[in-house]
Design a protein around this ligand. Sequence first.
Ligand SMILES: NC(=O)c1ccc[n+]([C@@H]2O[C@H](COP(=O)([O-])OP(=O)(O)OC[C@H]3O[C@@H](n4cnc5c(N)ncnc54)[C@H](O)[C@@H]3O)[C@@H](O)[C@H]2O)c1
Ligand SMILES: O=C(O)C(=O)C[C@@H](O)[C@H](O)[C@H](O)COP(=O)(O)O
Ligand SMILES: [Zn+2]
Length: 360
Amino acid sequence: MKEVQVKVPGHSYTIKLGSGVIKELPAELKRLNPSSCLIATNITVGSLYLKKATDLCNGMCRTESVVLPDGEAYKDWGSVSAILEKLASMGADRKSVVIALGGGVVGDLAGFAAAIYMRGIRFIQVPTTLLAMVDSSVGGKTGMNMTAGKNLVGTFHQPEAVIADSDFLRTLPEREIGAGIAEIIKHGVLADKTYFEELERDMEKLRALDPETVAKVVGRSCEIKAGVVSRDEKEKGERAKLNLGHTFGHAIEKLTGYGTWLHGEAVAVGTVLAAVTAEKQGKINCGDVKRIQDLIHRAGLPVRIAGISASKAIEAMKGDKKSTKGVPHFILPVAIGTTVIEEVPEGLIKEALLEEGYEP
Ligand SMILES: NC(=O)c1ccc[n+]([C@@H]2O[C@H](COP(=O)([O-])OP(=O)(O)OC[C@H]3O[C@@H](n4cnc5c(N)ncnc54)[C@H](O)[C@@H]3O)[C@@H](O)[C@H]2O)c1
Ligand SMILES: O=C(O)C(=O)C[C@@H](O)[C@H](O)[C@H](O)COP(=O)(O)O
Ligand SMILES: [Zn+2]
């Protein structure tokens, strides 16, 4: 088992990673000594792993569950409300603990419900997708989508622990593995050239979920994310770099209907657009842009998608949380391993989109 520490002001927690680490759940509950716990999951993950998780928790405290519908389209108020109603009806109190058992959607929803129930109760992240293990379970961003945009409502609410058992990945569909790899490539591009080179070397092994490669990659991505979050929990500066690829990515998710393109796929396409935009500004050389595109392609991810209009995408990007007075901010790679956060004029974004083959 590997452990990575996340330290934010007034709170510190451990990410436990590796094969079989789900058996750590009772120990974490013993430490937290909850009055009761609620496992929030979805129908897909619940049918695979809810019994196992419930058995592990039941020995420690009264355990109930809430099973949500599956999909990005359900990352909405209806699901948050279902978790809150369940907490209230089971008599959960301020000493109760919510356990998020699932991918990023369940993690964001359960974390958000925990953040607002009785003005905040504790929660544990038990990520079951690659994306959730390397990214969404770490750092305390919780929330839900609105019709107006992705994650427009939410809180920063850090978990008490993250238990990332790689054995869950055995049942994960191939497309979802790719989605997780998109955020992993993002970590290499934004923070660590050597890591990016390792991904270039090991991409096929990662896609095949070679255990040693998975352990190394999940560990390194968690270290990178934990480092950024520990230095800038509330996204006052550096943390925005974790949004590489998301300005356009979130616009794609909104415009195509939540769930049509997976979050990671949209981020992959957004990362390519960010690199191309940086190239147009003379900030990055074309060789590095090609390496980013090639690695994304080798991960089985899209580098651009059809049916997106540049003007609609720009409108959507103006509503991004990083925009000020309607001017989108982009995370631009300036070399592999280094990024800057900048306002990008509308005209330049449009040019980059048109050059990439998007409709006007
Ligand atoms: N909070 C953050 O910091 C953060 C970071 C990145 C992404 N996100 C959010 O995370 C979400 C994407 O998360 P995701 O990619 O995990 O998607 P997801 O939660 O929708 O899970 C993907 C699919 O895999 C299924 N699944 C999950 N675990 C499984 C398993 N072990 N075996 C078989 N099927 C399994 C799910 O039911 C779902 O159908 C987006 O909403 C995104 O905005 C949040
Ligand atoms: O943790 C962060 O910070 C991130 O930006 C990680 C992203 O991968 C993630 O998709 C996050 O939910 C995006 O946050 P948002 O604030 O842009 O909605
Ligand atoms: Zn993301």
